[in-house]
Ligand binder design. Structure first.
Ligand code: GLN
Length: 495
């Protein structure tokens, strides 16, 4: 038998149910895997090994007592460090929250524990989820398991790398403009951004509240369905939570996509898309056609305004959300108290936030200031409506839309850090779904020069079951999602 960490989540869940393996064994196998590759990958900010083993022991104990266990019982998972965990440091990969220990769990964390999952620790990210490479982490960059010289994407790069390297069976990230799907594409994982409101954000440290959504990273659509089943659904603690029934996501995986209408937006197959990525997308279209899907072209004419609108709206909202870090209530506080309270707050923020976070706060404050509000913020919100209407029209004719998740494969460290705009362009295909509040999924679609390429499926509001059905059918016809990166355990120590 393969090493336990190589098992598919659903397979492991079955073996646990049949008592052929124990939760402690499975958790140990993942902690050993972390020990083996973490020096190279660096996906985790905090590994909670003692706590994980304690949780696993409890699951095994409950099983011995024949208690009713949840569907994720004994499955080791990782959590992006933007999700509050009671008694466990939650940093957002920022100096300002470096020693912050939340007094409560995020709703998704509670739900995973209610499903008897085991949590291994907190994963690295771009500071406050701002970035596309994990290079904005205040602590260290995470490396792409497929090539340690390259970024894993971001901002949920740690969560993506943990799953793709076998350190965790699944993980959670957050997607404000692409931060689940983009790192998913770059690391060969299945990465789902649910519809706005589908998953509670209570306990998710806010970046841009009208865009943020929590979503899973897994190694198959089936595993993503299991994760969604555990975390989706109404939560009275989140006022934006959607009070709509949660479908049976596993039952949606029929393997049948005959007659499914797939639209390919012409704006997503443009010049900026690397040839190797384009080949993979064209091949994926052929595969879906061979499975009975009907593929046609469509247009999302306002795509080109997505990034501009996003970089007004997201910074505007972040400037308000991050006002709470003032050195008084919680988090880092400057040591220099020689001035008054205003000076104390400015120094705290100057010392506590990194460059990208400061850039966004300044942009956002400017866009919201009197005299500029109409010209920037209001205008951006109008563009947002146009983008949403593009999708409404497309979904009159198609069940899902398909294109590349990102224009290119994983890039080298430092390649885009000097030019924020080049970094922002990574999200040209993912941002529109956040602006429209709809669902999106990136699935392993193949490789270009040995690096993973993500196929992006966009669905309407509450289209998660359809996206998972398509991804599952695609997986049955391909084997890209089953490939493992070869990680040199010694490479990493240098960085
Ligand atoms: N890369 C985008 C940004 O920097 C999206 C981030 C995200 O989805 N959290 O804002």
């Amino acid at each position: 038998m393969a090493d336990l960490w190589q098992l598919a989540l659903s397979e492991a869940a079955e073996l646990l149910r049949r008592r052929e393996i124990s939760a402690v064994e499975l958790t140990r196998a993942h902690l050993d895997r972390i020990e083996q590759v973490e020096g190279s990958v660096r996906a985790f900010v905090t590994v909670t090994d003692t706590e994980a083993l304690r949780q696993a022991e409890r699951v095994d104990e409950l099983r011995r007592e024949n208690a009713t266990l949840g569907p994720l019982a004994g499955i080791p998972l990782a959590l992006k460090d933007v999700l509050c965990t009671r008694g466990i440091r939650t940093t957002c990969s920022s100096r300002i929250l470096e020693h912050f220990v939340p007094p409560y769990d995020a709703t998704v964390v509670k739900r995973l524990h209610a499903a008897h999952a085991v949590t291994l620790g907190k994963t690295n990210m771009d500071e406050f989820a701002m970035g596309s490479s994990t290079e904005n982490s205040a602590f260290f960059p995470t490396r792409n398991p497929w090539d340690l010289e390259r970024v894993p994407g971001g901002s949920s790069g740690g969560s993506a790398a943990a799953v793709s390297s076998g350190e965790a069976m699944a993980s959670l990230g957050s997607d404000t403009g692409g931060s689940v799907r983009q790192p998913g594409a770059l690391t060969n994982t299945v990465a789902l951004k649910p519809t706005y409101g589908r998953v509670s954000r209570f306990g998710l440290i806010a970046f841009a509240s009208s865009l943020d959504q929590i979503g899973p990273f897994t190694r198959s659509a089936r595993d993503a369905a299991l994760m969604m089943q555990a975390i989706a659904g109404y939560d009275p603690l989140d006022s934006t939570s959607l009070d709509a029934p949660v479908p049976d996501y596993l039952a949606a995986l029929t393997g049948d996509i005959k007659g499914l209408r797939v639209g390919v937006p012409q704006e997503y197959m443009v010049e900026g898309v690397q040839p190797g990525v384009r080949v993979v997308i064209e091949q994926a279209i052929k595969t879906l056609e061979s499975l009975g899907a009907e593929v046609g072209e469509c247009s999302l004419p306002h795509t080109k305004y997505g990034i501009a609108a996003y970089y007004i709206i997201a910074p505007a909202e972040c400037s308000a959300n991050l006002a709470r870090y003032d050195g008084v209530k919680y988090g880092y506080s400057t040591k220099d108290l020689s001035g008054g309270i205003i000076e104390m707050m400015s120094k705290t923020r100057a010392e506590g936030f990194g460059a990208e976070v400061k850039r966004r706060i300044m942009l956002g404050t400017y866009a919201l200031s009197s005299g500029y509000y109409d010209a920037y913020y209001l205008k951006a919100e109008k563009v947002r409506t146009l983008i949403k209407q593009d999708f409404d029209r497309a979904f009159e004719r198609f069940d899902v839309l398909l294109g590349p998740t990102t224009p290119d494969v994983a890039f080298k460290f430092g390649a885009k850090t000097a030019d924020p705009y080049a970094m922002y362009l990574n999200d040209v295909f993912t941002i529109p779904a956040n602006l429209a509040g709809i669902s999106g999924l990136s699935m392993p679609g193949g490789f270009s020069e040995g690096l993973p390429v993500g196929v992006h499926l966009i669905g309407p509001a509450l289209g998660e079951a359809t996206l998972l059905r398509v991804a599952d059918a695609f997986e049955q016809a391909t084997d890209y999602h089953t490939q493992w990166p070869k990680i040199d355990p010694k490479r990493g120590r240098k960085r």
